[in-house]
Design a protein. Structure first.
Length: 118
């Protein structure tokens, strides 16, 4: 089993920065990839950023390009989402996500709310 525990988030002013963390615990050797999604009120969940656990690839969704960076602390099995130049439209609940070997369904973190004030 793999568990994901998110932290970070909160309230930030427009133009500010924030870092989200997602700590993976348990059988982390079964992780294929990890990433971040977000869901704003009244909208569908959308892809923000992701990368392979081995670091072979990284991808960013349109909202993240040029402003967000995904990174990993290998020693702590923690994935970060560094968000810069935040805009009110970035306000959403951000979810950590992991693809696990042998599991059809992805694993999700509990979600963290990010609010960007103008």
């Amino acid at each position: 089993q793999v568990q994901l525990v998110e932290s970070g988030g909160g309230l930030v002013q427009e133009g500010g920065s924030l870092r989200l963390s997602c700590a993976a615990a348990g059988r982390t050797f079964r992780i294929l990839s990890m990433g971040w999604f977000r869901q704003a009120p009244g909208k569908e969940r959308e892809f923000v950023a992701g990368f392979s656990w081995t670091g072979d690839w990284a991808r960013y969704g349109d909202p993240a390009k040029g402003r967000f960076t995904i990174s990993r602390d290998g020693a702590e099995n923690t994935v970060y989402l560094h968000m810069n130049n935040l805009k009110p439209e970035d306000t959403a609940v951000y979810y950590c996500n992991a693809a696990i070997v042998g599991q059809t369904a992805a694993l999700w973190g509990q979600g963290n709310k990010v609010t960007v004030s103008s």
